[in-house]
Ligand binder design. Structure first.
Ligand code: Z57
Length: 755
């Protein structure tokens, strides 16, 4: 089969032991590409297209070796020659084609769709620099282009190409494919990424992410979600979205015809899941193509389209619900804006008394979610709580009109990446304890037989320690930072956003710092780790990063405190970092303001890897609690009904909480002398003012309860028997969160694919 030694001599003319990690990576990349070439593409009649602006697929080498069945063999072979797969993997540069949860969910779904033998491709864009690469300078986030295409990649250019007509010019696309391999599967699917040959990185101003936003031909696929704070940026985003969906729609129709469709029966051949509202323009685009290129009447085209499109909503935050001015769509593609106006007329005549369901509002703004709900056959939320909020509040009028369209599909994560590849130590432990049936059905409940078995609990503890040492080594090797592997590892990793409340954890750190200075020494040292990027235009999120980086420096410098408390903000957090951080975590921070986190998926990854969760009653946290029981999770804070009520009625008075004796000194510490000495006055004062006078996402409302629960968690950590039993119970109940379960639900209730 694979002889690495021979391959090394053939390719690099030297023994494997003398090859660099990047050379070995190249050998393995070619090998896996070759093997996956041999697998046939799934070609069953009915096919799913998961259209998404983001696919956060992470590194593919380990994942593909695992799915092809070569993982153990390659790992051992490398070790025999003094090499480590982990270090070889560090030579792989992950594509940054996503922001956060929504993009990572799409990647987990592709893995599950393929593993279940279903016919389904992902369709998106090939952003040349992806999202920005985050670097910290002077305790602030700075931006660098992420040049992932400069390295060997998994992309293969196809022959496929389409014309996309914009108002004043037409662009011709090229399609690049990445093979998607299922776990032990005989067929493969693909991630199809459209691009434009005329796009060039040359227009990027050296070492920054600035470029001329008006030159569509040269910039269209440069970045994921470029700055949308000005009109030019918004227009560029519409150009991207239309380019994506026009290509997707043309591909879908062409492939269906190839599989035997006569176009009138297109909906028997293709189902389209649109990931949030970003691909919603595929609705008018399909109608355009059916009416202008396939000779179908408008009303029939509308029905064919409606029978094909299903919509997933991922947020209730109004700033994330897309609304485009009609004139902007008109400027990009007047044919599409005309079709939207026609669709809007249909809705306005049917629901004249319901202005809240009209697609185009009185200010001539198009509400993309409304378009997707009226002209798709399915709308789903991503956790039970989120779907209930959609039905009862956010989309209540739509739920009254179309109750049958609504359903819940609680998110999931692929166990191949988040358990088998990321945590081989825990994987072999599970194999030993409960066999390997879980590789197929994700059922880990048999582990509960060992709940009281001290030897088993000791093994769990040893695995966690091993993973902390691996994290320590990885951080030293790749980032030059040091952590204590004997400390409690407490982690909050996710995009930086006020609703996720990183600032609340920062206020707890201030509390703990002061408490240690008073002489209250923690029994076990504590390491609190953050990771995550902030959107360039999101000022308060930058200020939160600045606060945490300044606290980190302050604590590092303080010899009274630094033996017991360390705060680390991991630079450029991404999928690869998550794969090291999550297996090493004792504590998972899931502390969003109740009602605001649609689901969360990091929460599931931590649980699966044996961390205990500190959780608000939000998103999928609620379902974690139902599964593990209240005694195996640390819940706190106001529930979503209370929060929704506050927003609707008397409002939230941050000053009231700020004035409390335990809170005021913590908030004011942000602008204290030692902080101002380290940090930047403008940033710290702006954040201080914001929390004191506004605090729109209510960090202060739950702060006192949060401090109490954190103290309780650290105290419980000292009671080893109790702690590791809770950890085991969490792992045992994580099976529900396999994305295989999620995909089976999508398939049975929405997609109805053969197999
Ligand atoms: C994104 O990552 C999510 C929602 C969005 O509307 C956008 Br834009 C990006 C996230 C939610 O915030 C998470 O709660 C959820 O788990 C994830 O999507 C996947 O559903």
């Amino acid at each position: 089969m694979l002889n690495l030694q021979n391959q090394a001599r053939e390719t690099f003319n030297k023994p494997l032991a003398d090859c660099s990690n990047s050379e070995i990576y190249k050998i393995l990349l070619d090998f896996v590409q070759n093997e996956s070439q041999k697998l046939p593409v799934n070609d069953s009649k009915r096919k799913l297209y998961y259209v998404s602006a983001e696919f956060l697929i992470g590194k593919l080498l380990t994942n593909n070796l695992l799915n092809l069945g070569f993982y153990d063999e390659v790992k051992e072979e490398l070790e025999k020659h003094g090499k480590s797969l982990d270090e070889v993997e560090e030579a792989e540069h992950e594509p940054s084609l996503g922001n956060g949860g929504l993009g990572r969910l799409a990647a987990c779904f592709l893995d599950s769709i393929t593993t279940l033998g279903l016919n389904g491709d992902g369709v998106g864009l090939n952003y040349h620099f992806g999202l920005f690469r985050q670097v910290f300078e002077e305790n602030k986030q700075k931006y660098k282009p992420d040049e992932w295409l400069g390295e060997p990649t998994w992309l293969k250019k196809s022959e496929i190409s389409f014309n996309v007509p914009f108002k004043s010019f037409t662009l011709t696309s090229s399609l690049y494919d990445i093979s998607v391999l299922g776990y032990q599967q005989k067929t493969k699917n693909r991630l199809r990424l459209f691009d434009l040959e005329s796009v060039t990185g040359d227009i990027i101003h050296k070492d920054s992410i600035d470029f001329d936003k008006t030159n569509i031909k040269e910039n269209l696929t440069l970045f994921l979600y470029p700055d949308d704070s000005d009109r030019e940026g918004n227009l560029l985003r519409i150009y991207q979205q239309y380019f994506m969906v026009s290509n997707a729609a043309q591909l879908i129709i062409a492939e269906a015809i190839e599989r035997g469709s006569n176009v009138k029966d297109l909906a028997d051949y293709a189902v389209i899941q649109i990931n949030d509202t970003h691909p919603t323009l595929i609705i008018p685009e399909l109608i355009r193509l059916l009416t202008t290129e396939h000779d179908i009447e408008f009303s029939e085209a509308v029905e064919i389209t409606r029978n094909m499109v299903a919509f997933t909503n991922h947020t209730i935050l109004s700033e994330a619900l897309e609304k485009w001015p009609l004139e902007d769509i008109e400027e990009v593609t007047p044919i599409i804006s005309e079709i939207i106006e026609q669709l809007d007329q249909m809705i306005k005549s049917e629901f004249s008394n319901y202005p809240k369901v009209h697609i185009i509002d009185d200010n001539d703004v198009i509400h993309m979610a409304r378009l997707a709900i009226h002209f798709g056959f399915s709308t789903n939320g991503v956790s039970e709580l989120h779907t209930e909020i959609l039905k009862d509040i956010e989309l209540h009028d739509f739920y009254k009109i179309y109750p049958e369209k609504f359903s819940n599909k609680t998110n999931g994560i692929t166990f191949r990446r988040w358990l088998m590849a990321a945590n081989p130590e825990l994987t072999s432990f599970l194999n030993q304890k409960i066999g390997t049936k879980w590789h197929k059905d994700a059922d880990l409940k048999a582990l509960l037989d060992y709940q009281k078995d001290e030897e088993t609990l000791d093994e769990l503890k040893a695995i966690k320690h091993d993973r902390k040492v691996q994290l320590k080594n990885h951080l030293e090797r790749t980032k030059g930072v040091k952590i204590n592997p004997n400390s409690i590892i407490d982690i909050q990793i996710k995009r930086i956003h006020e609703y996720k409340r990183q600032q609340m954890l920062a206020l707890y750190i201030i509390y703990k710092y002061m408490d240690i200075k008073k002489g209250n020494i923690p029994a076990t040292p504590i390491t609190i780790i953050f990771g995550g990027k902030a959107a360039p235009a999101y000022t308060i999120a930058q200020d939160i990063i600045h606060l945490i980086l300044c606290l980190s420096e302050l604590i590092d410098q303080d010899e009274q405190v630094n033996p017991y408390l360390k705060v680390l903000f991991v630079e450029n957090y991404n999928v690869g970092e998550a794969e090291y951080l999550i297996p090493a975590a004792n504590i998972s921070e899931q502390i969003s303001l109740a009602s605001k986190e649609a689901s969360g998926t990091g929460n599931m990854k931590f649980m699966l890897n044996g961390a205990l969760t500190i959780a608000t009653f939000d998103g999928a946290n609620v379902e974690i609690e139902e599964l593990v029981g209240n005694e195996n999770i640390y819940t706190f804070g106001r529930i979503s009904e209370e929060i929704v009520d506050l927003y609707e009625n008397d409002g939230y008075d941050s000053m009231y909480y700020y004035k409390k004796a335990t809170i005021k000194p913590l908030v004011d510490f942000i602008v204290s002398d030692p902080m101002l000495e380290i940090g930047n006055k403008e940033n710290l004062e702006r954040l201080h003012n914001d929390i004191k006078y506004k605090d729109y996402f209510m960090a202060l409302i739950d702060l006192i309860e949060f401090i109490a629960i954190k103290e309780k968690v650290y105290e419980d950590y000292e009671n080893e028997k109790v702690w590791w039993e809770k950890s085991l119970v969490n792992i045992a109940h994580a099976g529900f969160f396999s994305s295989d379960r999620t995909i089976e639900e999508y398939n049975h209730e929405i997609w109805h694919l053969d197999n």
